[in-house]
Design a protein around this ligand. Sequence first.
Ligand SMILES: [Mg+2]
Length: 306
Amino acid sequence: MSFTLFPDARAALARDCLAGLSVGDALGAQFLVPGRPAADLAAGRLPPAPWEWTDDTEMACSVLAELVESGGIDRDRLALAFAERAEPRRGYGPGAVTILRLIRAGTPWPVAAASAFDGQGSCGNGAAMRVGPVGAYFADSTARAAAHARASAEVTHAHPEGIAGAVAVAVAAALAARGRLDGYRPAPDRLLAGVAAALDPATEVHRRVRRAADLLGRPLPQVVAALGNGSRVTAQDTVGFTLWVAATHLDDYPAAVGACVEAGGDVDTTAAIAGGVVAAYGGVGDPGGVPGDWLAAREPLPTWLP
Ligand SMILES: [Mg+2]
C-alpha cells in the first residue's frame, strides 16, 4: 500500500521512537550502577527517579531536531550539532570525545571521522544508538531510512560496520513504524529479513542480523553468547542482539528493556536501541508501548529540542 506521510505525522512517529530510546537509555543506565541487580527490574522494582539519560539520548535529540528542522539529515548541520551540544558528563566514549572535539575546533567532519582509531574509522555502536528516529520518520520508505541513516552515521563513524549498524537499526525502526501505521505487527523473522536485505552483505553486522533470525525463540543466554550484548561497544557486538530483542518483544516495551537489562553489557545503549524500535511500533502510554510512569521517571529531554 502506498500513502502520503505528512511531516507532522513523520515527526510524531520519530518522537515516540525517541521516547522509547531515551527511557531505555535512562533506565538501562541505572543498571550500570554497582549494587543494582537486574533482578530488581524483573521483580517490578524500579530505580528511584529521576533516571538521567546519557550520550545516546543527547545525540538522538540532535538527530530528531535535524529531521524536524530540515526534513532529513544534513551531515554538516548534524556534525556541528553533535559537537556543540555534547556535555562531557553524559558518558561519551573516548573515541567520540576526540572526534567531537576535532569538529568543534573546526576540523571538517570527514577528516575527523576518518582519523579515528588510527585511520580505520569508528565501528562503535554510537551511530546505531542514536538513529532510531530516522527510521520512524521515514516509515514509508526503507530506502530513504537507510540513506538518511547512513548520512547520520558518517559524520562520526567512517568504518563500514559502524555505518551498517546505523542502517540496520533505522530500517528496523522504519518497518516497526510502518507496521504501526498499517495496524499489524511485523513477524519477527520478516522484520529481521527486511533489515538484512538493506545491509551490505560483506559486513559482520549483516551476518549477525541473519544469525539473530536463526536464534528467534531461543533462550536469552544462548542469544547473548552468539550475538554479544554490547560489552565490546562495537556495532557488530550490539546491533544483532538488540534487533533480536526488538523483533522478539515488539509488542511489549517493558519486556524488551527487561531483556537488555538481564543480558548485561552496554545496557544503556542496548536498551536505547531496542526501546526505540519497539516504541516506533507501540508508541507511548498504550498497552505494549512505553509505560507512562517510566516516561515520567526519565529526566526531561533537553530544552533545545524543537
Ligand atoms: Mg550512553
